[in-house]
Design a protein around this ligand. Sequence first.
Ligand SMILES: [Zn+2]
Ligand SMILES: [Zn+2]
Length: 172
Amino acid sequence: MRIRWDEIPAGGLFFSVDDDSWVPGNEVVCQGPGVCAVSLRKEGGRVLLAGTLRLPVVLACDRCLDSFAYTLAEEFEVVFELLAKEEEAGVASECFCKNSDLDVVYLAEPVVDVFSVLAQQVYLGLPEKRLCSDQCLGLCPECGANLSRCPCDCARGAGASPFNVLAKLKAQ
Ligand SMILES: [Zn+2]
Ligand SMILES: [Zn+2]
């Protein structure tokens, strides 16, 4: 969804995004429809985009590899500015840091790609550590059983600790 700056009326543009074609499918699997609202308004020579996003997704647990439901909830604000001609040519780069408190995106042409902003929010909103639960016990290093669901017998035998595994290796 590309919106030209001259399509934004003086009072701003408000809309909700109902389809999920923008969701980066290689990164997350959607589970049901999301709720996403975006506003665009012009201010001076810039365009401000503000939005909220709620998206139910399915992630894979880092420990046990099971999939689990997660809801991405993001609130975001992005400022778009146009590159001056000389900046476009890569001459000046100073102004790239003048708005360090705000998320500023510099554009070569006055067109905002709303879907790419939304996709970016998904990347930013994903948890760094993805766990089905804080108590997830992960997989048994010996037999690969999911220890949260069906504890295996390995822990009761001699092969339970990594030191025993080491000892075994040394003995061979
Ligand atoms: Zn897990
Ligand atoms: Zn096991």
